[in-house]
Write a protein that binds this ligand. Structure first.
Ligand SMILES: Cc1cc2nc3c(=O)[nH]c(=O)nc-3n(C[C@H](O)[C@H](O)[C@H](O)COP(=O)(O)OP(=O)(O)OC[C@H]3O[C@@H](n4cnc5c(N)ncnc54)[C@H](O)[C@@H]3O)c2cc1C
Length: 440
């Protein structure tokens, strides 16, 4: 090109414009592709019912977001997307509170909140040292609103270390602490108490491990390194459930920690300042302080139908192999029900039916949605839509199916109707509860 042409302002600006367009084209195309992905994700989320937040979820300030999508990239649960140059919570129901989006946003335009304007989430009021309004009762882990294995683990340790610093002694002859629950929060509280030579009891209604013990087999647990007093650092970032449980068991064995399992705590009475009486299914115990690490799974919701207390009716599935060759009915339509039905259908000669009150699965993970659809097509699982259980008998379950009474054969019944949060239990202990409507 004749260099003199560049001296013509029109040519110069035309060339400059062309160059800018060529350089920015890949960015524009990339942004457009991301937008299309977000639109697709939104449609999918609404199909699977993942567009409505269950509890904790990110909220983006549209005035503050600059759309650089760091938050989208760091979220391990794929909650966020980019639309119109801004981050949006596409699948808020998948949020389990990693909080990475909030941390990487350079302009503080993301906040994790509990509930929505119309759907409140109940949480116990706790202070910075994890103490509730009842002096001497502490809440750690997911019960306090902060989910995740590593957070629960950290809080258990920090709570006990805070108590050690206070070094307030209880009345002579009673234990320093009773720790209720032995999921990650209760386990780390117990190990820290042991490390500091405190006298304590850990009461757990099921087995050690809490919610982690109930994860589907071989689930990949996303976590971060945590410090275990007296043991060292557990440096996992991604670990299979079984491996994590194995390491915890090793920590327990080496430390000599004793956990009283099969003990459901039913009530806590304050007998005096730094003196509590804890009533459990296995006995009554006393301590100067009580740490509640009972999570948010609560107790399984019952159907309230005759026959529900029979021994062949259960609310969780640990070992599907045991039920091979049996006729099984799974009641419910959430992820737990679907995963249980699929695990049972994998067993040889097992007849699996599901009873669900709605006409389609809603709010389940897309992977489960596809797997259960395949299992139905293959005849491995039969789903009885719009059915309600009315009575359970030793070899049959009576259902109301589209207003007709039917009996389906069932040697085993698994009920997954959600959980009842331990709000009443907390209130009976005198702990104040607040309801959050889209607040941090
Ligand atoms: C499907 C699923 C996948 C998840 N994936 C991840 C993940 O990849 N990474 C991650 O970091 N987090 C994940 N989480 C979240 C994580 O599991 C929880 O945040 C964590 O387990 C909370 O620990 P916790 O100790 O507070 O409560 P929990 O683990 O729920 O433990 C509470 C314990 O208290 C016991 N208990 C309850 N009531 C009583 C009572 N009255 N008396 C005696 N004992 C009682 C229970 O039996 C239980 O053992 C996931 C959760 C779910 C449901």
């Amino acid at each position: 090109m004749d260099p003199a042409l560049l001296e013509n302002p029109l040519v110069f600006w035309l060339l400059a414009g062309l160059l800018t367009a060529v350089v920015s084209l890949p960015f524009v195309l990339h942004a457009r592709r991301k937008e299309l992905e977000t639109i697709e994700a939104r449609e999918e989320a609404s199909r699977y019912g993942l567009d409505i937040p269950a509890s904790l979820h990110p909220v983006v300030d549209p005035g503050g977001c600059i759309g650089i999508s760091n938050c989208v990239k760091v979220c391990p649960e794929d909650v966020l997307g980019i639309e119109h140059g801004q981050a949006v919570a596409v699948r808020p129901a998948r949020c389990i509170g990693h909080g990475l989006c909030e941390r990487v946003c350079p302009v503080d335009a993301i906040q994790l909140v509990f509930g929505t304007a119309t759907r409140g989430v109940e949480l116990p009021r706790i202070k910075e040292n994890f103490e509730t309004n009842v002096e001497g009762i502490y809440v750690v882990g997911e019960l306090g609103g902060m989910g995740l294995v590593a957070n629960a683990f950290e809080q258990g340790r920090q709570c006990i270390e805070g108590i050690v610093k206070e070094s307030a002694k209880g009345p002579p002859g009673i234990a320093d602490l009773i720790i209720v629950g032995c999921g990650p929060a209760g386990l780390s509280a117990s190990l820290t108490a042991l490390h500091h030579g405190m006298t304590f009891l850990t009461l757990e209604k099921e087995d050690v491990g809490g919610t982690v013990a109930h994860y589907p087999r071989k689930k990949l647990v996303m976590t971060r390194p945590v410090k275990v007093p007296g043991y060292g650092k557990l440096s996992f970032r991604e670990v299979r459930k079984e491996e994590l449980m194995g390491v915890w068991q090793d920590v327990i064995d080496r430390s000599g920690l004793e956990v009283l399992t099969g003990e459901t705590v039913e009530g806590i009475q304050k007998v005096g300042r730094h003196h509590f009486r804890v009533v459990s299914s296995g006995g009554t115990y006393e301590a100067a302080r009580v740490i509640l690490a009972i999570g948010r799974r609560g107790v399984p919701r019952k159907l309230g139908v005759p026959g529900e207390a029979a021994p062949h009716v259960q609310y969780s599935l640990r070992e599907p192999e045991v039920y091979k060759g049996e006729r099984v009915l799974v009641v419910g339509g959430g992820d737990s029900a679907v995963e249980a039905a699929l695990a049972l259908a994998d067993q040889p000669d097992t007849e699996v039916r599901m009873s669900y009150r709605r006409e389609a699965f809603n709010r389940i993970k897309p992977g489960n949605f596809d797997r259960i659809a395949r299992a139905q097509d293959d005849g491995a699982v039969e789903v009885l839509w719009r059915s309600n259980t009315t009575r359970i008998e030793p070899e049959a379950v009576h259902l109301e199916l589209e207003e007709e009474a039917v009996a389906v054969p069932a040697d085993q019944v698994f009920i997954f109707a959600g959980g009842v949060l331990p709000t009443a239990f907390l209130r009976n202990c005198g702990i104040q509860i607040e309801t959050k409507f889209g607040q941090p």
